[in-house]
Design a protein around this ligand. Sequence first.
Ligand code: NDP
Ligand code: OXD
Length: 313
Amino acid sequence: MDKGRILLAVTGFNPQRWYELLSATRKVTLEPDGPADATITYAVVWKQRPNLLSGLPNLRAIFSIGAGVDHIFTDPGLPKVPVVRVVADNLTQYMTEYVVWRVLDHHRQGFLYRAQQKRKVWHEPPQRPASDVAVGIMGFGNLGRAAARALLALGFVVNGWSRTEHKMAGVATFHGEQGLVPFLNATDILVVLLPLTNATRGIVTYRLLRELRSRNALGGAVLINAGRGRLQSDADIFRALEDGTLKEASLDVFEGEPLPKTSPLWNHPRVFVTPHAAATSDPNHLVKPMLEQMDAFERGEKLQNVVDVEAGY
Ligand code: NDP
Ligand code: OXD
């Protein structure tokens, strides 16, 4: 089998580096040569333009530039070929760093100290051990489990919630609808690492946040969302912060991105905002395994990390 040509279909950022690296071993096209371009075998995509891929007669697989694939499934004309997502040490490491960074900042009272520094206040509040704080990871997949291992090593109590049952030494695991409330009731810091699917859209509501343990060592419940913005209601989070349901939040993702300048979350004194930057997809680390997968596929091997289209992740 010849080396198949790649269509690189990206919106929202400049794909130049992806183009250069993918071109190292294969021919790469940025725009198909007409709707039925027969030269294209693979598509490497991030939020591709709708219907761009429909009708490419020789398309064999779609490679997501990210771990999430919701940006692909919004395409009404998505062809029925395997969709491969990113599972890579580099991306997992970035996400673990983000989760540990944000959990430690909330745990070690970063918001309080930054406010004190502004006012030149020299005051040491009481400290508490990590073992008094339970971090609940909602979405106990590749990224959630890696974050759990790092948090366990720091001494936190760790809970995990997933769709199907998982076991991990040292972690209290919960699954399915029946496991959700018990999981939340045992959690002080909620870390959301779910994919966006029909089953998870809008799951982080005010009602859900009310189930977190707020009489706790931290003095309130904390939300960290690095999954997807449309898992949450921004308005519900604001409400929860205002009435004390939430003490603080770290938000990397939002219902609408970029976060509108009018959003009250930007200036909230107990919210830490990052611009969907928890774990960047770095072509310097991700292109090589993508090209290797294409080579292996052409040798007759099975594609790895193929998404379950029914489940949506
Ligand atoms: P995985 O597919 O490995 O894990 C997803 C987890 O969510 C699994 O544990 C899965 O359960 C669980 N899950 C899915 N649907 C449900 C449901 N209906 N109810 C309960 N649990 C559910 O994905 P990753 O860990 O690799 O990535 C997670 C998400 O992180 C991505 O989809 C993406 O949206 C986001 N992300 C964000 C980034 C950022 O920069 N902000 C960067 C990278 C990823 P089960 O184990 O039973 O299948
Ligand atoms: C991803 C992302 O899904 O960056 O990888 O959001």
